[in-house]
Design a binder for this molecule. Structure first.
Ligand code: SF4
Ligand code: SF4
Length: 448
């Protein structure tokens, strides 16, 4: 087994990490699909308010590939369709009926899988609405079924400090058997399936150990599939690969083995109050408020769905999307700190050793304050020192700023795995990651 180390110097001592205990919480009364969080598709709406839908009824299809559908994560009726700016479909909310009707797909078990071809398996996963769980490197969009990827990466743990632990989600019911079945399915899609554990969370189960191919070592983003692929690929011919998270392999397997659209998900919650910090068993599309314990003022927090470094701001009355398995409540900071720059900063995180916390190394609570204004780049190179794929983010950013896209590509823009670390460490508060992500998307759509 090959070990891939990510050597960067950003060690996070953050408070409020989710405890390994798993709680079952009451089933939500309504759930939602969030089409705009499925990257690089052009959604066409297939339902309207008050339509009756079953669990597994198509809600949207991709205009570019109508076989690519997003299915209803609940059975009942369409309670509301929420739109954002420029009529972006933000959420399709489904009120769940007491008897929750569901679409029945043909069951496909282990003996049938071995006789099926690649196309048949792709069709089966497309029909069950789970193809979007398989994503492509370098653009992180939904995998192109026409592509022959160099490998499919299956990370069991990406060490974002707030993501679900593999030893929790793989301990559930038949999860281990489903995982092994899911790996067999993926082996039909690509010649090489790379299953990756992290050295901090070794897999104890002997059967699972037999499918492991790689081990990641080091702090976040160790185990991130783009990083693993970048560190192990042999040539530019292998630039394109696919990935699917360990927990999503369970969903693929369950959809085939049961003939039903799977709903159950293990998610992490942190922040708000100390006993919130835990894993919960809920379902895809669950309302964010259903995951947290009662808190006095929800608006006092920023609700971040999707992890500490790679998540996005959600409204308290929002929902977990198809990909999201982590929710953080980060305290908002509304008051300006008087002469903040002159304080020793014992409780301020620092990567550039600006504050005394670099020596005392306390465990700190993350808050939503930027702790400074946007400034010009000072060429400090902290972003370059942290980048796991060897980009010089400050120069790539300047190329984009100057609209020199060819040069940005030559700098390795497409290798960027959007880990968020360069934005996190930048003392000038420059949104490097967002810029790289937007530029990659524009390049994908041929807009630059
Ligand atoms: S960390 Fe920020 S200020 Fe420093 S070189 Fe990178 S972009 Fe410039
Ligand atoms: S450029 Fe920034 S976001 Fe991209 S991989 Fe490097 S550190 Fe991560």
């Amino acid at each position: 087994m090959k070990t891939v180390s990510v050597k960067n110097r950003c060690k996070f001592r953050v408070a409020g990490k989710p405890a390994a205990r798993l709680e079952s919480i009451p089933a939500p009364a309504h759930v939602a699909a969030i089409p705009h969080q499925i990257p690089l598709i052009r959604p066409r709406l297939l339902v309207k308010p008050n339509d009756s839908v079953k669990l597994g009824t198509p809600l949207i299809e991709d205009k570019g590939n109508p076989n690519l559908k997003l299915l209803s994560p609940g059975g009942g009726h369409v309670m509301d369709i929420q739109y954002g700016p420029r009529r972006v479909i933000e959420a399709i909310i489904i009120k769940i009926a007491p008897d929750e009707p569901y679409v029945e797909f043909p069951v496909i078990d282990e003996t049938q899988i071995s006789g099926m071809g690649r196309e048949e398996i792709i069709d089966a996963l497309m029909a069950r609405g789970l193809w979007p769980l398989i994503r492509g490197i370098p653009f992180k969009g939904v995998a192109d079924p026409e592509e022959a990827p160099a490998a499919v990466w299956v990370p069991l743990d990406i060490l974002d400090p707030f993501h679900p632990h593999s030893d929790v989600y793989l301990a559930e019911g038949p999860a281990k058997e489903q995982f092994l079945f899911g790996i067999k399915v993926l082996q039909k899609l690509a010649g090489r399936v790379c299953v990756c554990e992290h050295t901090d969370r070794p897999v104890p189960d002997e059967r699972l150990r037999q499918v492991l191919t790689h081990r990641a070592a080091g702090p976040f983003p160790a185990g991130e599939p783009g990083v693993m692929h970048y560190q192990t690929k042999q040539s530019a011919k292998e630039n394109r690969a696919w990935y699917v998270t360990g927990q999503d392999v369970l969903l693929l397997a369950e959809a085939l083995l049961t003939g039903r659209y799977p709903t159950a998900r293990v998610m992490t919650v942190s922040g708000g109050r100390p006993d919130n910090n835990r894993h919960v068993r809920s379902r895809i599309g669950a309302p964010l408020k259903s995951l947290v314990k009662q808190i006095d003022s929800p608006e006092a927090y920023r609700w971040v769905a999707g992890g500490l470094f790679t998540g996005y701001n959600a409204a308290p009355d929002g929902f977990m999307g198809l990909y999201e398995t982590a929710l953080m409540l980060v305290p908002e900071v509304t008051e300006k700190e008087l002469l903040g720059f002159a304080r020793p900063g014992l409780k301020k995180p620092t990567s550039s050793r600006t504050f005394l916390s670099a020596i005392t190394r306390p465990t700190l609570t993350v808050d939503a304050d930027r702790h400074g204004e946007l400034r010009a780049c000072v060429n400090c190179s902290y972003c370059a020192a942290i980048c796991p794929v060897g980009i010089l983010p400050q120069y790539t950013y300047k190329c984009i700023y100057a609209e020199e896209i060819e040069e940005a590509l030559a700098h390795g823009l497409l290798d960027c795995v959007e880990c968020g670390l360069c934005s996190y460490v930048c003392p000038s508060k420059i949104e490097l990651t967002e810029t790289f992500k937007d530029t990659k998307h524009k390049y994908y759509w041929g807009k630059i």
